[in-house]
Design a protein around this ligand. Sequence first.
Ligand code: ZN
Ligand code: ZN
Length: 86
Amino acid sequence: MPLLRTFDLPTPTLLTPECDAPGCGVAGDQYTMIRCRGCGAWFCPDHIAAAEGVTLVRAPDPAPRGLAYYQGCCVSCQRARQRTHH
Ligand SMILES: [Zn+2]
Ligand SMILES: [Zn+2]
């Protein structure tokens, strides 16, 4: 039954991004790290602009089950946006 070989799949891909803020070495997985919707980099909660809000994003359907991550806006993107508002 080649269609039902669910037990010998390779190790599931787990995203373990590292915080992209300068000088910050925090690493986590896609549930603890937040992806910036502005620059696409990953950041720890300390370097995400919480005021911008954080949303849980689920990958589109053909993706492996359970692939989801948090998306927000990093501090430098938030600052850049505020600058353009002035
Ligand atoms: Zn950013
Ligand atoms: Zn960080």
